[in-house]
Design a protein around this ligand. Structure first.
Ligand SMILES: NC(=O)c1ccc[n+]([C@@H]2O[C@H](COP(=O)([O-])OP(=O)(O)OC[C@H]3O[C@@H](n4cnc5c(N)ncnc54)[C@H](O)[C@@H]3O)[C@@H](O)[C@H]2O)c1
Length: 354
C-alpha cells in the first residue's frame, strides 16, 4: 500500500499517469494536486473522480498548499508551464515561479516526507543552436539525422545524454535544467531519491493541444474540425521531425522506476518514442488526412521562429540498457487513438480544441 502524489495531476501527463497507476495498483492512494491553470485540465476532474483518485486543489508555488497532503511515498513532478515559447513574448514570472521555484517546493516536500521523486524534464534542456548544427539529409517527406556527426552525443539513432549543454535552450528549458541541477545536489548531498526523465514530445488522448504546446493533438483537431494550419520554418515544407511518445509507454517506464528507484537514484535519462516512432509534420498531415478523410489548407511560412528545431529524435539506448524499457506504440496507432478520442468526446472537446 503506497501513496503517490502527482503534481500537475490534472494535466495531460499527470492525469493519464494517475489513472494508469490507480488501475495497476487499486489499493494505492493516488493524489492529483493541481491549480487548474491549464485550460482543459478541469475536464480531467471527473475522470479522476471516477477512477477513485483524490484531487487536491493547490499550487506548487505555495509551500503551505502541501500541508494538507499527509504522508506520501512517491512524488511524480508533472506540474509546469510546459510551453517552449513561454516567457519569450510575455513576462517569464509564471514560468520561473512554477517550473523552478515550485519544483524546489516539491523537492523539499519529498525530502521531508522521505519520498522518492520522478521529475519530468524535457529534451528542451539541450541548446537549440547546437541541435540545429546536427548533420542531416533532406528526404522527400522529412529531414533525417545522418551518421557522419561532428558533435558529441548524436548518432543516426538520435540525441543521447552526452549531447553538450552549452548555449541557450529557451526559458522553459532553462527552468527545467536549473531544476535538474538542484535535484542532482539534493540526491548527492541531502539524501533525496530521484530520477530525471528528459522527455521528447509526449502525446495521446486527453492532451489539450494548442499552438504553443501539444502540436500533435492540435494537428489532428484542426483536420477533424477542418481548420487551417501553417508549416512554420525550415522553408515551410513541413519536413521538420520529432519522435513522439504515447503517455502509456511513458507509464510503463514510470511504473518500473517507482518499483526500482534505488537502483537508478540520481540518474538522468533521455526518454522518447525514438527513431521508429518519429514523424515529420508532412507525414503527420498524411496520417490525419487518412484518419479524418479531411484535407485542410496548410500555409507555408518559410522563416524560422525563436527556439525552432529542425529535428529532434531521442536516443533511448541508455534508458533501455538500464531499465529494459522500450516504447511500443507506432505513430499510426497513436494518431488512431487521438482521432477516436476526439470523435467520442467531440462536444466537450470542441470548446477547447476547436
Ligand atoms: N507534453 C509533452 O510533450 C512534454 C514533453 C516533455 C516534458 N513534459 C513535462 O511533463 C510535465 C507535464 O506536462 P503536460 O504535457 O502534462 O502539461 P499540462 O499543461 O497538460 O499539465 C501541467 C499541469 O500543471 C498544472 N499547473 C501549472 N502550474 C501549476 C502550479 N503552479 N501549481 C500546480 N499545478 C500547476 C496545470 O494546470 C496542468 O494541469 C511538465 O513538467 C512538462 O514540462 C511534457
Amino acid at each position: 500500500m503506497k501513496t503517490v502524489l502527482l503534481t500537475g495531476g490534472c494535466g495531460f501527463v499527470g492525469s493519464n499517469l494517475a489513472i494508469y497507476l490507480k488501475t495497476a495498483y487499486p489499493l494505492w492512494e493516488v493524489i492529483c494536486f493541481d491549480n487548474l491553470k491549464r485550460r482543459g485540465s478541469e475536464l480531467n476532474l471527473k475522470r479522476l473522480k471516477a477512477a477513485g483518485i483524490r484531487f487536491v486543489h493547490g499550487d506548487i508555488r505555495n509551500k503551505e498548499d502541501f500541508d494538507e497532503l499527509g504522508k506520501v511515498d512517491f512524488v511524480i513532478e508533472a506540474a509546469a508551464e510546459p510551453s517552449v515559447l513561454a516567457g519569450i513574448d510575455t513576462t517569464p514570472d509564471y514560468l520561473i515561479n512554477t517550473n523552478l521555484l515550485g519544483t524546489i517546493n516539491c523537492l523539499n516536500f519529498a525530502l521531508k516526507q522521505k519520498a522518492g521523486i520522478i521529475f519530468l524534464s524535457t529534451s528542451r534542456i539541450y541548446p537549440f543552436a547546437l541541435l540545429d548544427q546536427v548533420a542531416f539529409e533532406e528526404l522527400e517527406t522529412r529531414f533525417n539525422i545522418t551518421n557522419d556527426q561532428q558533435i558529441r552525443g548524436v548518432t543516426e539513432k538520435g540525441i543521447s545524454t552526452d549531447f553538450p549543454l552549452e548555449g541557450a535552450r529557451s526559458l522553459y528549458g532553462a527552468t527545467k535544467l536549473s531544476s535538474e541541477l538542484l535535484i542532482t545536489e539534493y540526491c548527492e548531498l541531502l539524501g533525496l531519491n530521484a530520477v530525471i526523465n528528459r522527455c521528447g514530445v509526449i502525446t495521446g488522448p486527453w492532451q489539450m493541444g494548442k499552438v504553443d504546446q501539444g502540436v500533435i493533438v492540435l494537428w489532428m483537431a484542426r483536420h477533424y474540425w477542418k481548420k487551417d494550419l501553417t508549416y512554420n520554418g525550415y522553408g515551410g515544407q513541413g519536413k521538420q521531425v520529432r519522435d513522439i511518445l504515447h503517455v502509456q509507454d511513458l507509464f510503463r517506464l514510470v511504473d518500473w522506476q517507482l518499483n526500482n528507484l534505488s537502483a537508478i537514484n540520481g540518474k538522468i535519462f533521455n526518454v522518447g518514442g525514438g527513431l521508429e516512432c518519429s514523424l515529420s509534420l508532412r507525414e503527420l498531415t498524411s496520417i490525419c488526412e487518412q484518419l479524418t478523410g479531411n484535407r485542410i489548407h496548410i500555409q507555408p511560412v518559410p522563416e524560422n521562429r525563436k527556439a525552432d528545431l529542425r529535428i529532434y529524435v531521442t536516443d533511448n539506448s541508455l534508458v533501455t540498457d538500464q531499465t529494459g524499457w522500450k516504447p511500443a506504440y507506432t505513430p499510426q496507432k497513436i494518431m488512431q487513438e487521438i482521432f477516436e478520442w476526439i470523435k467520442n468526446n467531440e462536444e466537450e472537446l470542441a470548446f477547447i480544441l476547436n
